[in-house]
Each structure stands twice: as C-alpha cells, then as structure tokens.
Design a binder for this molecule. Structure first.
Ligand code: GLN
Length: 474
C-alpha cells in the first residue's frame, strides 16, 4: 500500500486483507515519506520504534480478528497534546525539555482504538498564530510551494496529512487553527463543538475557546476519528454528556431539503474574486443535490476580531502564568533573585508573539481597564452568539469562505501582527460562539494553491457538516 495513493481509511480496509503485514508495510512507507519531506519541518519528533512495534501488534490483532475501529489508522499529533513519556514542547523554548506525565483523553481513546501515533507535529508557539511561523523550532513550509506558509497554528498537522506523511492528524482550534491550515493545504479540517471533545491533556491557550479536532483527506475519515475521540470525560468538566452519534452510518449522501445560509457580511465586495467564484461553483453543485440557499445576516461580524483578541489574550495571560521557571521547563541562568528568575525565564523562554499576547491580555484584565475591555468583550461575545442562534432558527447550517486569501508567502505578514490577526476574520466567530465548523477543499487559485470553504453548524450538529462535506467530495 502506498501512502501517495492511500487517501482514505476505507481504501486501507479494502486492501488490507490481501496482505498479512499491511499495517507494518504501510508505516514503513509513511516513515520513509517523513524523511523525504523533512524540509517541510512538519514533525518535531517521529516515534519510529514505537510506530514499527505497534504496527506489528496491530497486524497480529487484524489476523486474529481482534482489532478495534481505527486499527492501523496512522495519526500525527500536534505538539500541544500530551502523550505519556513524550516531549510536550508547544513549539516553545520554555517547554523544550518537558515530558508529558500522562496521556490526554483523546490519546488514550486513539490508543484503545488501535490507531498508530506516528509523531508530534510543529505548530505556532502555544497555538498562537495563523501561519506556522511562530514556532521556536522554525516555520513549517507549504507542501505544494515551500515559499508559502501552510497556515496555522496547527501547521505541522495539516502538512503531515497534505504531504502524505500520515493518514490523519490531531490539531487544535481556538480561532481557526484547524480550519485555516486545512483550507491552505487542500484537506478536510474539522473543529467540533466546544465540549464535544475532552480537553484533558491539551495545554491551555484560551480555555473557553480551545477545542481538539482532526485533519483528514475526506469527511468519512474525520467522522471515524470523531466517533472515537468525542464524548463525555469526567476529567474535563466542560465536556458534554450529549451522546455521540454514529456519524459514519448516518452519512447517507442525502441532502434533499437542507437549507444553508450565506451570511452577507462574509461575502462583501472585498472578498477575493477567485475565492468567491470557487465558492459559487460549490453552491451551484449543492443546489443540484437538492439544497436551498438563503442570504442571512450576522450583524455583529465587525466585532469578532477585537472580541476574539481581547478574550483569548486575557485567558492566555492567565493560563500562561504557570510558566515561571520554578514549576515547569526552562529556567534562565540569570536568576540571582526570585524576581529576576521569574522575569528572565519568561523573557528568554517565550517568543515574541506569545509575549505580545500576555501583555495585551494582562492589560485588558488590569484594574481600570477591565470594564472597558474584558467585560465589554464578554458582553459582545453574547451578542455574537445570539446572531448565530437567530440565524439557526431559519437555516440548518452556514456556508462561508475560510480565509480572505490562499496560502501567503513566508515573511509576508509576520512583522505586521494586525494583518495577521485580520486574516482570521472568517474563523474566529465559530469559537466565540462554541459552534462546530469544517473546512473542505473547494478548488485551486491561479497559482494552483488550494481554496477552501467553511461550513458552520448548530451546536453538536457535526453530522450535518460531515454529510455535506462528504457529498461535496463526489
Ligand atoms: N490564528 C488564531 C490566533 O492566532 C487562531 C489560533 C488557534 O486557533 N489556535 O489566535
């Protein structure tokens, strides 16, 4: 089996019975691909020995017909999710030497389902970024054009799948970090509803926004992984007790009667015409499948970027207070007093973007500014949520662009944080409202770079998104 052509777990299942050592053969090929594509800098660590030994165990299980639902599914993991005994750097110098003491709940569930964890992927430091350039270990490059960014923050996880170095991967999405890089790389990125997947073992960036999700080549593979990782976890009090549907069984290709909203604020004049045309042709395709479209309005859209960057930086400044040189990871050599030790460890350990966010977040929470910024942003968060609840009375889901541009050049936005933040315009509202979102391939631009589109669903209705995504692949 060749990872270059193996694009779904379904096709793996169809081929595996012809060969006794199919999983072992497959992982050898993936490991080879990883070393061939080393220049992309997608992986921070590859678990070569464990991958080979677990493949053998799973081949044996398959032979004995004792395998579980993801047997042989090769998955890469963003290096912000704990795997027991492995490094957990969050692509930061401050955690460079830190080892995880336990498995995140998603990892425990993947292992129980017989998935194979092939390695840890590069990302923006503490998942803060939209380009993959904010890693302490160097940027990740776009697999189709190494002068471009692959998107971020889950840059390595997107690239691992797009460059055929793993069949699927886990990323995290606080404001678009799964959907945007999936769009840039031409694959499927699913950000589940807040509370659908346990965050236990995920290093916190902005706890009321963070959610773990998947990168795959298609919607069926996303559904397959989601069935395993979703569901209540007593170790995460924000994880929901709502039962997890059997997504795969219910993806029947029937979209008749579905009503999709097109938020007018997301299709303004300024939208790149190539992206607009590409999305329009998908809309026409879906109409031919019995879907109807209506224009809707999300009137508070203009406040989404400021609301997001106030609330997430506030949460980040609090979450990242724990990295002080005393309890975790890196400690500065310049530590002649306790205060200097704290200050120097943080100054030397964090990168520029993380420090910028800690300062912004501390500012918006400080006495005298709290009411004007943090409290106001919380109130606007409610208004943005209400916009979505209102439109979902009229439509089943929404269809929007994923990003104002396709993959941009390395270095193009890194010195202009405001431009970088503005590139998240279509994705952050989903996290503000805690909704599920999926990014699916919609076509290519004139430079042959992928264009993605986004579907946004009602709370806990990942199924509708997966169904539409599945039909769009036909
Ligand atoms: N680009 C956004 C940010 O920098 C999203 C990050 C994310 O989803 N982790 O905050």
């Amino acid at each position: 089996m060749n990872p270059e052509t193996l694009l779904s777990y379904d096709s793996f299942l169809n081929q595996k019975d012809k060969n006794e050592n199919s999983v072992s053969n497959l992982v050898t090929e993936y490991l080879e691909n990883i070393s061939k594509r080393k220049s992309l800098n997608a992986f921070l660590e590859v678990f070569k020995e464990e991958t080979i030994s677990s493949a053998k165990i799973i081949d044996k299980k398959i032979k004995e017909k004792k395998e579980n639902s993801l047997a042989g599914f090769v998955i890469a993991v963003k290096d912000i999710i704990s795997i027991k005994g492995k490094k957990l750097t969050c692509s930061s110098k401050i955690l460079e030497k830190f080892d995880s003491l336990y498995d995140a709940t998603v990892i425990k569930r993947l292992k129980e389902a017989d998935a194979i964890l092939i390695g840890k992927t590069n990302c923006d430091e503490f998942a803060m970024g939209s380009s993959g350039e904010n890693s302490a270990f160097g940027p990740t490059l776009h697999p189709l054009d190494e002068s471009k960014v692959p998107g971020g923050s889950s840059s390595g996880s997107a690239v691992a799948v797009a460059s055929k170095c793993s069949l699927g991967s886990l990323g995290t999405d606080t404001g678009g970090s799964i959907r945007q890089p999936a769009g840039f790389c031409g694959i499927v990125g699913l950000k589940p509803t807040y509370g659908r997947v346990s965050r236990f073992g995920l290093v916190a960036f902005a706890s009321s926004f963070d959610q773990i999700g998947t990168f795959t080549n298609n919607a069926r593979d996303a559904a397959r992984i989601l069935e395993v990782i979703a569901g209540h976890d007593p170790l995460d009090s924000t994880s929901s007790t709502i039962p997890v549907p059997k997504y795969l069984n219910r993806m029947n290709g029937d979209l008749k009667g579905l009503k999709i909203g097109l938020p007018k604020e997301y299709f303004e004049e300024s939208l790149n015409p190539e992206i607009k045309n590409c999305i329009n042709s998908k809309i026409e395709f879906l109409k031919s499948k019995g879907v109807t479209f209506v224009e809707v309005s999300l009137p508070h859209t203009e406040y989404t970027i400021p609301t997001y960057y106030i609330l997430t930086t506030a949460e980040a400044s609090s979450n990242l207070a724990r990295y002080d040189g005393a309890r975790y990871g890196f400690r500065s050599e310049k530590n002649d007093s306790m205060e200097n030790m704290f200050a120097n460890s943080r100054s030397e350990g964090f990168g520029r973007e993380v420090k910028r966010r800690i300062m912004l977040g501390t500012y918006v929470l400080s006495a005298g500014y709290y009411d004007a910024y943090y409290k106001k942003a919380q109130q606007v968060r409610r208004l943005i949520q209400n916009d979505f609840l209102d439109v979902f009375k009229k439509v089943d889901c929404l269809l929007t662009p994923i990003s104002p541009t396709t993959a941009f050049s390395i270095g193009e936005k890194i010195n202009d944080p405001l431009q970088m933040y503005l590139s998240d315009i279509y994705t952050v509202s989903v996290n503000i409202a805690g909704l599920p979102g999926i990014s699916i391939p919609a076509g290519k631009d004139k430079n042959n770079l992928p264009i993605g589109l986004q579907l946004i669903g009602k709370h806990f209705d990942e199924l509708t998104l997966l169904k539409i995504a599945d039909v769009c692949e036909q």
